[in-house]
Design a protein around this ligand. Structure first.
Ligand SMILES: NC(=O)c1ccc[n+]([C@@H]2O[C@H](COP(=O)([O-])OP(=O)(O)OC[C@H]3O[C@@H](n4cnc5c(N)ncnc54)[C@H](OP(=O)(O)O)[C@@H]3O)[C@@H](O)[C@H]2O)c1
Ligand SMILES: *[C@@H]1O[C@H](CO)[C@@H](O)[C@H](O)[C@H]1NC(C)=O
Ligand SMILES: *[C@@H]1O[C@H](CO)[C@@H](O)[C@H](O)[C@H]1NC(C)=O
Length: 317
């Protein structure tokens, strides 16, 4: 395939709302971003696509300059639905290929096709993406991600995607995929939660030993919900020393351990700030201090899926 290396820094787009993400994408392209992390589940691929297209149209970039990632949602794990899902993302983004398509989670959910009585209910955003039982737990499908992977491989053959990968896979799940008999294409990355408080050293060592890159999501700890790593005194001390922000230190930390990083922002000054990370270097001591902050704090635990047979977070890593 004509696969390329994943650019080490990309723009995250989760929770970037309608009316702000198109502008964020344009500012990002003008600031030098070329990698965009999208997903069907984020319900904003249309707006992301508008931003991408306006910068291609005005001649700032070409399609080939960009590296666009999207993800297969859990209700589309049935082999026959994978191409449909991919085409939905392609249509929304107004693209004819993706650079990388990921299985968003190892877990398949029951797919719900709207009938005419339930159409209104199912047309509410989010409802059909998360089929729930009476206890509010996700209803699984009986799919196996090894079968889903075969349909992902077909997308490469069909030219709809250049490369494929996974997200939220634990070490055992990734190992099982890499050992799949008749594997046609390897996953090129495993995109997982990764930041100073959940540094994922063991999973990263495993992935890198198998030549699977790691992409760090939620690299700044995400928005609200308790933890504020920006205020961590160790990170602030390192930031002060380098005349950089805490966010820049957390981003640079990932790059120096060969981890791809996708901070999200819709704020123009932060979008620009987050890519100003190639003009300084953390020392060995700084890196050690960052690693020592680990407290195994997982923020994206997805509790409504805890009973799923493929729930990824029941083992150590
Ligand atoms: N594969 C998966 O299951 C999965 C799960 C979660 C996330 N992701 C991907 O990873 C991306 C990043 O993760 P995330 O969005 O959860 O969290 P994040 O990137 O760690 O944090 C985003 C938050 O930090 C703020 N921020 C960004 N730059 C800043 C700066 N320089 N100074 C201060 N605050 C700053 C943003 O504010 P504003 O936006 O208000 O500017 C936003 O509230 C997502 O957008 C998504 O693309 C993937
Ligand atoms: C590792 O992956 C890269 C990029 O996908 C590839 O170019 C390289 O040949 C691989 N190396 C090994 C030892 O598999
Ligand atoms: C510190 O960084 C700011 C903003 O990036 C810059 O304007 C300023 O000149 C820097 N100060 C020093 C001492 O380098």
């Amino acid at each position: 395939t004509a696969s390329r290396k994943i650019p080490v820094l990309g723009l995250g787009t989760w929770k970037a709302c309608q009316g702000e993400v198109t502008e964020a994408v344009k500012v990002a392209i003008d600031s030098g971003y070329r990698h965009f992390d999208c997903a069907y589940f984020y319900h904003n691929e249309n707006e992301v696509g508008e931003g991408i297209h306006s910068k291609i149209q005005d001649g700032t970039v070409t399609r080939e300059d960009l590296f666009i990632v999207s993800k297969l949602w859990c209700t589309y794990h049935t082999k026959s639905l994978v191409k449909t899902a991919c085409k939905k993302s392609l249509n929304a983004l107004k693209l004819d290929y993706l650079d990388l398509y990921l299985i968003h989670w190892p877990m398949g959910f029951k797919s719900t096709s709207p009938n005419k009585f339930l159409f209104f209910w199912f047309s509410q955003p989010g409802v059909k993406d998360l089929p729930l039982d009476r206890n509010g737990m996700v209803i699984p499908s009986n799919t196996d991600f090894l079968d889903t992977w075969e349909a992902m491989e077909d997308l490469v053959i069909a030219g709809l995607v250049k490369d494929i990968g996974v997200s939220n896979f634990n070490q055992e799940q990734l190992e099982r995929l890499l050992n799949k008999p008749g594997l046609r294409f390897k996953p090129i990355t495993n995109q997982v939660e990764c930041h100073p408080y959940l540094n994922q050293k063991d999973l990263i060592d495993f992935c890198q030993s198998r030549n699977v890159s790691v992409t760090a999501y939620r690299p700044l700890g995400g928005s609200c919900e308790g933890v504020d790593m920006m205020e961590d005194p160790v990170i602030q001390r390192i930031a002060m020393k380098h005349n950089k922000s805490s966010a820049q230190i957390m981003i640079r930390f990932q790059i120096q351990r060969d981890v791809i990083v996708i901070p999200k922002s819709v704020t123009p000054e932060w979008i620009k700030e987050n890519i100003q990370v190639f003009d300084f270097e953390l020392t060995e001591e700084d890196m050690k201090a960052m690693v020592s902050l680990d407290r195994n704090l997982r923020l994206a635990t997805f509790p409504i899926t805890e009973d799923h047979k493929d729930y990824p977070f029941s083992i150590e890593y």
